[in-house]
Ligand binder design. Structure first.
Ligand SMILES: [Zn+2]
Length: 235
């Protein structure tokens, strides 16, 4: 079966608009095609993602929200929750964790995709500080806070009961153990990424770069396009 696991509800927790498409657009497209209800939770507003001297942080934030909505529509993702943390300054804190727990207890997903907080270096690059911070905030929310009554009692008063998310798919990891063949949805992933016009200076070479990045040999020796995750289970 591809993908090997299909949740009923999945939440994608990432740092920036465009992260979901780059990190996990293939798996999201496959899940959506199979009827999974999917929500995005984006922790920063992405307001530093430009080198254009005429761009302002406020304008960029608005543009990136529109681009993110368009990309989510391509993949079949429903609701998007935008937090407003400044780009480049995401820092794990109990307050931010509480906000993430609130969203998890509201939506009650059975799967979450979030970045690997331990990936400091990614191939020959430095992984963005916000990706690492988002990964840690998500992990700390997923265990033990979201499933524990003692954490964030304010949420109980709001009627948000504890909830355990049984499956976590960690993206952008150097220790993958869960592989998803995205060959059938590669074009959909590419089309979704291309909605992030403000972030892609070179659309020409993008398809080729993306293809190279995803090309791998599967367990039968076939060349496939795939995404790689680390699969964690709770409960
Ligand atoms: Zn990012």
């Amino acid at each position: 079966m591809n993908p090997p696991f299909i949740p009923q509800r999945a939440m994608v927790i990432m740092a920036h608009p465009d992260d979901p498409e780059f990190f996990c657009g293939g798996l999201v497209a496959l899940w959506a095609k199979n009827g999974t209800e999917i929500e995005y939770l984006l922790l920063t507003n992405g307001n530093k993602g430009s080198d254009d001297p005429d761009m302002t942080p406020d304008r960029l934030k608005a543009i990136r929200q529109q681009e993110q909505r368009a990309a989510a529509d391509v993949l079949g993702v429903g609701n998007i929750t935008f937090f407003d943390e400044p780009d480049g300054e995401l820092t794990p804190s109990p307050a931010l964790r509480e906000q993430v727990v609130r969203q998890l207890r509201r939506f009650r997903p059975d799967a979450v995709i979030s970045p690997d907080p331990t990936t400091f270096f990614w191939h020959n690059r430095i992984n963005h500080t916000d990706h690492r911070a988002a990964g840690q905030i998500a992990a700390d929310a997923l265990f033990p806070a979201v499933g524990n009554r003692m954490y964030h009692p304010k949420l109980l008063a709001e009627g948000l009961e504890p909830h355990t998310v049984p499956h976590i798919f960690v993206a952008g990891t150097v220790q993958p153990d869960f592989f998803v063949d995205i060959t059938d949805v590669f074009e959909t992933k590419l089309e979704a990424i291309l909605q992030h016009t403000s972030q892609i200076p070179d659309t020409e070479g993008l398809a080729e770069r993306l293809k190279q990045w995803h090309t791998a040999t599967d367990e039968y020796g076939r060349t496939v396009l795939r995404e790689a995750y680390r699969h964690l289970q709770i409960g």
